[in-house]
Design a protein around this ligand. Structure first.
Ligand SMILES: NC(=O)c1ccc[n+]([C@@H]2O[C@H](COP(=O)([O-])OP(=O)(O)OC[C@H]3O[C@@H](n4cnc5c(N)ncnc54)[C@H](OP(=O)(O)O)[C@@H]3O)[C@@H](O)[C@H]2O)c1
Length: 322
């Protein structure tokens, strides 16, 4: 059942320390049950409140929300979903500090306060990287030097994932190419612009693919060990899969569905071939955990473990609320 949320017009001073979730339909998110349990476990004296804004809300609404959090003493910060780019574009100048990734990617997923200064971060490169590292064995790309990444969907997650996997600091443990397929051109153009600023020699390819059959052909052509990602939201935000049932995943491949709930047909397609093609199949649960805990750590100035028993405890607490 959805819990009450704010809109830009109904924001009211927080009577107790409050952490906000800025999205579209935040009242029905599972984090409404998870956060109170985590807060108790982590010893945080804070409540979570949702702020719902329509898709591509007016710039004035984004500015009102950011100014409200900045000026209200017990409003501690926020996690931003869906509005990451729009909020940053409309209100980026209101922040006293903007981290490197937020500047590079032109978006923010995390609003926090430090020493009286309003700060924004883009946490997706960190949280998606932690999630990838949890299921891709170290040295995987060296063992499969021809293996590539095919990410379907050219949104914020693909930007973050492509940064993580192509960093020069990874040495030879990088894919041979990073291929992004999208149904329309504008996001591919934006991605190309972001990639042009990266300090990497990993080749990037941009494929305009309006149909699942086109995606099948791209995925089916990749060498053993390649990673195939559904970053379109299809299966959760809209029905379907970016692939047809006829797709052939790469042998020894890694398959990642970014979501963990919904009618995840892409995940079913991968599981149907898991044994025969020796696939590692992963959903978005660990990504969800890292996405939230990275922001909570920043807002409340605490270190939250990213692996091991401390992280497992948070995962179990979250599972218990489902
Ligand atoms: N587990 C987690 O915690 C977690 C974290 C981050 C993201 N996610 C999920 O990952 C998904 C992607 O996130 P994001 O932030 O990258 O989203 P985004 O910025 O909205 O990008 C989605 C991309 O997918 C493409 N797309 C949408 N519908 C499509 C369709 N019917 N066919 C083909 N392509 C389609 C879009 O194409 P156009 O450019 O043509 O619009 C867009 O480029 C979302 O469902 C999100 O909920 C999960």
């Amino acid at each position: 059942m959805a819990v009450p949320t704010f809109t830009a017009a109904t924001l009211a001073p927080a009577p107790t320390p409050t952490f906000y979730f800025i999205g579209v339909t935040t009242g029905s998110s599972s984090i409404q049950r998870v956060f109170p349990a985590w807060a108790e476990h982590l010893g945080l004296d804070a409540v979570l409140k949702g702020i719902d804004l329509p898709l591509h809300a007016p710039a004035a609404d984004y500015r009102r929300v950011v100014q409200f959090i900045r000026d209200d003493p017990l409003s501690m910060g926020a996690l931003v979903t869906t509005h990451k780019i729009d909020l940053y574009q409309a209100a980026g100048d209101l922040f006293d500090e903007v981290d490197y990734f937020a500047r590079l990617m032109g978006e923010t997923s995390c609003i926090s306060k430090r020493d009286g200064r309003l700060v924004c971060h883009a946490k997706d490169p960190i949280s998606s990287g932690l999630a990838l590292d949890s299921f891709i064995p170290a040295g995987h790309w060296q063992r499969y030097p021809e293996a590539t990444v095919v990410s379907m969907g050219a949104g914020g997650s693909t930007i973050a994932i492509s940064w993580h996997l192509t960093q020069v600091a990874r040495g030879a443990d990088r894919p041979a190419r990073f291929i992004t397929a999208n149904r329309s051109q504008p996001r591919l153009d934006h991605l190309r612009q972001v990639h042009a600023q990266l300090d990497t020699d990993t080749p990037f390819d941009y494929v305009l693919n309006p149909s699942p059959e086109g995606n099948d052909a791209v995925v089916g052509a990749q060498p053993a060990g390649s990673l195939v990602i559904n970053a379109t939201g299809l299966g959760k935000d809209a029905p379907g899969s970016p692939l047809t049932d006829a797709v052939q995943f790469p042998v020894d491949g890694l398959v990642w569905e970014l979501n963990y709930r919904g009618d995840l047909i892409f995940l079913e397609q991968a599981r149907a071939q898991q044994a025969a093609r020796h696939l590692t199949v992963e959903d978005g649960w660990v990504y969800f955990l890292h996405g939230w805990t990275q922001v909570i750590g920043e807002v409340f100035h605490i270190d939250i473990p990213t692996a091991g028993p401390g992280f497992e405890a948070l995962s179990q607490i979250a599972r218990n609320t489902r």
